[in-house]
Design a binder for this molecule. Sequence first.
Ligand code: ZN
Length: 57
Amino acid sequence: MPKTLAEEKPEYRCSECGLLYPTKELAERCRKWCSEHRSCNLEIIQYAVKDERDNHQ
Ligand SMILES: [Zn+2]
C-alpha cells in the first residue's frame, strides 16, 4: 500500500519565534523576518503548523 509521507515529514522551527513550518524555506523566511523586524509577518505565519504542545502567545 502507498506510503504516506505526511506523517514522516519533518517540521522546521523558526528559532526566533518558535513557530513550526512544513518547509525549511518558510521557517527560514520567518526566522529572517523575525530577526529583522522583531515581529511576526502574517503572510508567513499563516503557513505555520499548529502545535498544541507548544502553546505560546
Ligand atoms: Zn519566526
